[in-house]
Design a protein around this ligand. Sequence first.
Ligand SMILES: [Zn+2]
Ligand SMILES: [Zn+2]
Ligand SMILES: [Zn+2]
Length: 151
Amino acid sequence: MATDDGLPALVAERIACPLSTWRGEPGRCQWCDATIDSPRRRTWCSARCNTAWERDHVWRFARSAAKRRAKYRCTRDGCTAERRDCEVNHREPRNGGGYGPGCHHHQHPGPDGRGGLEVLCRAHHAEVTAQQASARAAARRNLREGTDSTI
Ligand SMILES: [Zn+2]
Ligand SMILES: [Zn+2]
Ligand SMILES: [Zn+2]
């Protein structure tokens, strides 16, 4: 997968990522933009920067970081689910977009309020997933009828 300007999609996304300070200059850390001086490193200046990127971009790391942050509890007000009965939901549904690495796994919503992860118990997660599915169905219906109310 490549973008129009020939950059691999993941690299283009790192340049655009609001959490990363790298703006595409070669030889610099793709997370903190520091000059990389170790000949053994290419993408990150340190293991720390590698981990920092993974926590917000690689699903299995993002998922466990989100759970840890929520102390393994559902974040819904007043929810009485057991500790560790928790799953991680993409606030912006993936809609078949897959779980490969990318900014869609950011822990927190962006400045526009979109995206981010939330920790929910199994019951609340199922409820949210059902809501997201019916919103999707409604959007499809509106699209068919030519009245797009999803904006
Ligand atoms: Zn760095
Ligand atoms: Zn990002
Ligand atoms: Zn809950």
